[in-house]
Ligand binder design. Structure first.
Ligand code: DC
Length: 333
């Protein structure tokens, strides 16, 4: 006797999608495990509570699995669980190893089954770092804030009174050591061995980061590190050039933006919460200037990758952005 497990997802809660997904899941399990009708003892199915359009057990019966006992029930709501998911556990006669089957979103969103990368690009204040942090937590994958790395380079430039001339930036680059470490799941960015995670959030560092990130020697060094980190595990990277340059083969790509006034308001709130005085008009001007710098520079400018999904978050709450992104990811798998 063998216990075989599997899971799949639907991209939306419709009877037709549930029927198709259940049939595909059971047919694949049957094929991969070479099961005949009489091998099936029982099939237990469950679905996340966001599926209400159709019973998976009924879908199984309609798909021709009426020759054994069938049962399905709804799972409790678990924070961070894979949404729109259908799971199965079936008992079958026969020996040998059970081949478990995970399809669609269930195959891609489980880090132990398949490695994947999400590229999140967009201008400053678009909400991408908040989205990236929450999504990484939900999917239990690594979040790399690449802007923090450029900010650390900028901090070094400010500390050493760099002129931002090519020659000066080159020698700064040679003497620069940036490291990223994770403590309790949170990214800490180190400059020459010192944890500068808080200092790099100072307002003057933002503009300096925009300037220093235009230099190819800086970008080459940072991009090499980013690729190395992304190679090791499933992750989400946010920045300006992730989908176009750092990870052009990322499985999922999004370009997140919002109008400049909204972005200035969001950044202002963040700065105020951290104890900085904020002049909203000036902040918006600075954001617009950074947009111009980041979009018009010669090397890896801020640009939407042709295959990135565009998300305008101006009138969206963060939960809506997350739900939209997860929906798009499921549609793609
Ligand atoms: O996302 P942020 O505001 O922390 O980024 C700071 C600056 O770094 C931003 O103005 C542009 C630059 N940057 C970049 O050029 N490429 C990235 N991948 C991330 C940030």
């Amino acid at each position: 006797m063998r216990a075989i497990r599997g899971a799949t997802t639907v991209s939306r809660d419709t009877a037709e999608e549930v029927r198709q997904a259940v049939k595909e899941l059971l047919d694949t399990i049957r094929e991969e495990n070479a099961l005949a009708d009489e091998d099936f003892v029982f099939i237990l199915l469950s679905n996340t509570s966001d599926i209400t359009s159709f019973y998976p057990a009924k879908a199984a019966r309609e798909a021709g699995y009426a020759f054994c006992a069938l049962y399905s029930s709804a799972e409790p709501d678990i924070t961070g669980a894979l949404p729109l998911c259908i799971r199965v556990m079936l008992l079958a006669e026969g020996n040998g190893p059970a081949k478990h089957v995970y399809l669609r979103g269930a195959a891609n969103l489980r880090k132990d089954l398949k490695k994947f990368a999400i590229a999140l690009d967009g201008p400053s204040g678009s909400g991408k770092s908040t989205v990236a942090r929450l999504l990484a937590k939900e999917l239990d994958i690594l979040y790399l804030d690449t802007g923090a790395m450029y900010r650390a380079c900028a901090l070094k430039a400010l500390r050493t009174h760099c002129t931002f001339q090519e020659k000066d930036v080159r020698s700064l680059c040679e003497s620069l050591t940036i490291a990223v470490k994770y403590e309790d799941g949170a990214q800490h960015t180190y400059l020459d061995g010192q944890d500068v995670s808080e200092e790099i959030r100072r307002p003057e560092v933002s503009m300096a980061a925009s300037k220093i990130s235009a230099f190819p020697c800086i970008r080459e060094k940072m991009v090499a590190m980013q690729r190395q980190i992304a190679e090791r595990q499933s992750c989400i990277l946010d920045g300006r050039d992730i989908g176009t340059d750092v990870l052009p083969n990322a499985e999922f790509k999004f370009f997140i933006t919002a109008d400049a006034a909204t972005r200035a308001r969001r950044r202002g709130k963040e700065l105020e919460e951290n104890g900085y005085a904020v002049d909203l008009k000036k902040l918006q001007e600075e954001i617009e200037e950074r947009d111009r710098n980041d979009s018009s520079r010669e090397h890896s400018p801020l640009r939407r990758a042709p295959d990135a999904v565009f998300v305008d978050t101006s009138d969206m709450a963060i939960e809506q952005v997350i739900a939209f992104i997860k929906q798009k990811m499921q549609e793609k798998v």
